[in-house]
Design a protein around this ligand. Structure first.
Ligand code: F0G
Length: 451
């Protein structure tokens, strides 16, 4: 290996047990160079000073003037110890809140005190992606990257654009034509990224960006990047932190490219391995019915992690069928409009770790759930609302008990996609629509209209 060795504490490892190749963290890879499988960041825990108990991290709250202690990602730095402090990037990500919400619980028929909403819309670019970017851009600096790229349904591109200019990297983002929410498109342009709109969907962009990165030597920031997922683990640490260092019974998360679900499973596996938690919560991953590859593969085709020996044939046949039908995914939750999720195998591992379940919900269910989260919570974008719609199914099926402690991860801010919201309300698309009322410019008439 000709790159300098960066750390004895961390390394990259292929997730394929029949390969298991290891690489130094100083290398910029997004797939195993030997077998083409996904890579993980792994740690030699005996060389890291991990606190004895999770609550020890709370001490960092006293040092909020120190940027790394203020960051909701780097506050937990021993649990993602792959780079030296001098490379670490932060723009104040992870100042998020866990809201206990009894009104939404009541709508769902869950008991008071049982439902929590982890609101990731509070991040600097308005979505959970910033957790991952703080970590991935730190790695980009560690390997002295000059230019970077990503494919995106909108939030990754917004976050990449913001972090890139904050770190002085040139940045190119690829988006599918027409399918990106306006709030997100406005961000990548405003933050100064070169925005390339490909005639195709997200899966086409994801395919192209990998080749572009390889050809031009650009640093890839999609969730194929193992260091990005390390940052996203911290969403789970913050949930545990806000529950008084207790673990919930369930985590509910939307499923798109399956980076979050993969990262969450890894986070819990490591915490258990380190003796920092006693039990691992269960996880529910929610697809939209128009982009339900995971649901079909897990629930219908019974695809399993199988200790890393995933039956590739099932996946290949499924994708061949999508191709034969010229299938392009469609959902109003454009963030998760993905039919070839790159982290599929890591997600299967997370399902195995967390005894997970998978469901798909319709656009109508997503929009109704979004209106409820808007009315009673802090609001969110459509993909995030899939969690509440999915939870409704799982409560009705009795898979999740009404007295279990459930955390739904609201991945993005409501202003990301105002079109879906305005259409739902003004065109009275659902039972919770709250359309504006037209009024003449006349005081008496206006007063008559006010209920
Ligand atoms: N929620 C939001 C708001 C998202 O933007 C995404 C993914 C997801 C959920 C799905 O997360 O991929 O980890 O399963 N957005 C990506 C993007 C694909 O390009 O912004 P996942």
């Amino acid at each position: 290996m000709d790159t300098p060795k960066h750390s004895d504490a961390a390394y990259q490892k292929c997730i394929n047990p029949d390969c298991g190749a290891e690489f130094d963290c100083g290398q910029s890879l997004f797939k195993c160079p030997r077998c083409g499988e996904l890579l993980d960041a792994q740690y030699n825990w005996d060389r890291i000073e991990v606190p004895d108990k999770l609550s020890d991290f709370a001490r960092r709250w006293a040092n909020r003037d120190k940027k790394l202690d203020f960051s909701g990602v780097w506050r937990f730095r021993e649990l993602l110890n792959f780079c030296e402090d001098k490379f670490k990037v932060t723009i104040g990500e992870g100042q998020t809140i866990l809201q206990q919400n009894d009104a939404v619980a009541k709508y769902l028929g869950a008991k008071p005190g049982c439902l929590y909403l982890q609101y990731e819309g509070l991040n600097p670019s308005g979505s959970f992606k910033d957790n991952g970017m703080a970590a991935a851009f730190s790695h980009a600096r560690m390997v002295a990257a000059k230019s970077c790229a990503c494919a995106s349904t909108g939030n990754t591109s917004a976050s990449v654009a913001l972090y890139a200019h904050s770190c002085g990297l040139k940045c190119i983002v690829f988006i599918g034509s027409g399918r990106i929410a306006f709030g997100k498109l406005s961000q990548s342009m405003d933050y100064g990224a070169q925005t390339i709109q490909i005639h195709g969907d997200f899966d086409d962009c994801m395919h192209q960006v990998q080749d572009v990165c390889t050809k031009l030597g650009l640093y890839l920031l999609n969730s194929l990047n193992p260091f990005r997922l390390e940052g996203q683990k911290t969403i789970m640490y913050r949930i545990i932190e806000q529950l008084g260092w207790e673990v919930p019974d369930w985590i509910v998360v939307p499923g798109g490219n399956l980076g979050n679900s993969s990262a969450f499973g890894k986070a819990f596996y490591e915490l258990k391995q380190l003796g920092l938690i006693e039990r691992i919560p269960r996880m529910a991953i929610i697809n939209a019915t128009g982009a339900d590859t995971l649901t079909k593969l897990v629930n219908n085709k019974k695809l399993l992690w199988n200790n890393g020996r995933v039956e590739q044939k099932i996946i290949d046949e499924y994708y061949a069928d999508l191709k034969a039908r010229n299938f392009s995914p469609y959902t109003c939750a454009s963030a998760i409009e993905i039919s070839r999720p790159v982290n599929l195998k890591k997600c299967l591992r997370a399902i195995d770790i967390c005894n997970g379940v998978v469901r798909a919900v319709t656009d109508e269910e997503i929009c109704d759930a979004k209106a409820i989260i808007g009315k009673y919570g802090l609001g969110c974008e459509p993909a995030s609302a899939a969690t509440i719609a999915g939870l409704k199914h799982l409560l009705a099926e009795g898979i999740i008990g009404t007295d279990e402690r459930v955390v739904c991860v609201l991945t993005g801010h409501p202003l990301k996609d105002p079109n879906v919201t305005v259409n739902y309300h003004s065109k009275k698309q659902g039972e919770f629509s709250n359309p504006p009322i037209e009024a003449p410019n006349d005081l008496d008439e206006i007063i008559k209209l006010i209920k």
